[in-house]
Ligand binder design. Structure first.
Ligand code: NAI
Length: 351
């Protein structure tokens, strides 16, 4: 079989850091494993022209949300042998799932592999915004000491209302981590939790509108689907409380690019943080790089060294099973046998 992996270039850092498994240099630790089985394994960093060249003869494509190869309907149609698409990480929105289902291509991601990594990052982003950390840190670098300037926008998180949009694996872990901060937590999900689960997590179900209008801080933790694409449009952003904060580690496209900039510029939102952009990598002039009161970083929350080890193992497991004609682990499957089977995506992509 011909297997193509599209990964970011890690350069010299990757060469001296073998545990940076998600880089092209270290190729998810798969080189020896696949060579030993006699398969052709190509690793690309170019996710456009180079990838297109290989499409006609490729059986399996491995991609990652951190350096997404956008597998559009057109690209999928140029790959007649394609049988399996694997996402090294979580979130397969860079793949046209409907087109994959129509072609009976299996799509799988490594469910659960980086949920702790992201939940920790969400808490960090919330604290960075609420405590006004970034401007304070900048003062230190600039050789300044102006307490008033920082303290006038610094708050305690305690007693604030935190809204969790999408109460899946990451949303629940965010809840667990925020509970000791003594916040009031609301959540909205297409599938509400059972009462006992709500009790354990300390979160109360609210409609999307209630959550948006009542929260001091909102964290988005849903996948990107046709329903969530652009969900935080101008209307929803301006329905948020004046002075609220928005954290998005889910996907950049869930938030309207220009409406967000406007809300920060006019002071309707007090801050925005996250690691996800659209498209990725973000252009040098992406407006979110320069909007006021943001704490944005490149997409890395789900690719800590520990997460890379977990999703590399998951990819190896999927490949072993597929190449030996054994079924993939059910929890990893997004598209199987011509249907979108993931509960998180299923109502969004009717095939
Ligand atoms: P999950 O599948 O466990 O949870 C997602 C939750 O969102 C589910 O409970 C689902 O019912 C809910 N949901 C889906 N559509 C919805 C809608 N329209 N309205 C309300 N709720 C909806 O997924 P998990 O592991 O929690 O990951 C969530 C997302 O986080 C991923 O799909 C991915 O986009 C993003 N992610 C980002 C990472 C990063 O590095 N920044 C790493 C891992 C995931």
């Amino acid at each position: 079989m011909k297997i193509v992996a599209v990964l970011y270039s890690g350069g010299e850092i990757a060469k001296r850091t073998p545990t940076l498994l998600g880089s092209a240099e270290n190729a998810l630790g798969l080189r020896e494993f696949l060579a030993g089985k006699g398969h052709e394994f190509i690793v690309l960093t170019d996710k456009e022209a180079e990838l297109d060249k290989h499409l006609p003869s490729t059986d399996i494509i491995i991609t990652t949300p951190f350096w997404p190869a956008y597998l559009t309907k057109e690209r999928i149609s140029q790959a007649p042998n394609l049988k399996l698409i694997l996402t090294a990480g979580i979130g397969s929105d860079h793949i046209d799932l409907g087109a994959a289902a129509t072609r009976k291509i299996t799509v799988a991601e490594i469910t659960g592999s980086n949920v702790v990594s992201v939940a920790e990052q969400v808490v960090m982003h919330i604290l960075a915004l609420v405590r006004n950390y970034i401007p304070a840190y900048k003062q230190v670098l600039e050789g300044r000491w102006d307490i008033a300037e920082i303290a006038a926008r610094a708050h305690d998180l305690e007693d604030k209302v935190v809204g969790i949009l999408g109460m899946g694996r990451i949303g629940q872990r965010v809840c667990e981590r925020l509970k000791p901060f003594n916040v009031k937590m609301l959540y909205y999900d297409q599938f509400p939790l059972r009462t006992v689960e709500e009790h354990v997590l300390g979160a109360r179900f609210a409609s999307k509108e209630q959550l948006v209008e009542q929260s001091d801080v909102i964290t988005i933790n849903t996948p990107l689907t046709p329903e969530t694409d652009g969900m935080f449009d101008r209307n929803l952003i301006f329905r948020m409380k004046k002075g609220a904060y928005l954290v998005n580690t889910a996907r950049g496209k869930i938030v309207d690019t220009t409406a967000l900039v406007e809300a920060l510029e006019v002071g309707h939102l007090a801050g925005y943080a996250g690691d996800v952009w659209y498209p990725q990598p973000a252009a040098k002039d992406h407006p979110w790089r320069h909007m006021p009161n943001h704490a944005m970083v490149p997409h890395y929350s789900g690719t800590t060294l520990e997460a890379q080890a977990r999703y590399s193992n998951g990819i190896r497991d999927c490949l072993s099973r597929f190449l030996e004609n054994r079924p993939l682990e059910q929890q990893y499957l997004i598209v199987d046998d011509g249907k979108v089977v993931s509960a998180s995506y299923s109502y969004a992509f009717k095939t």
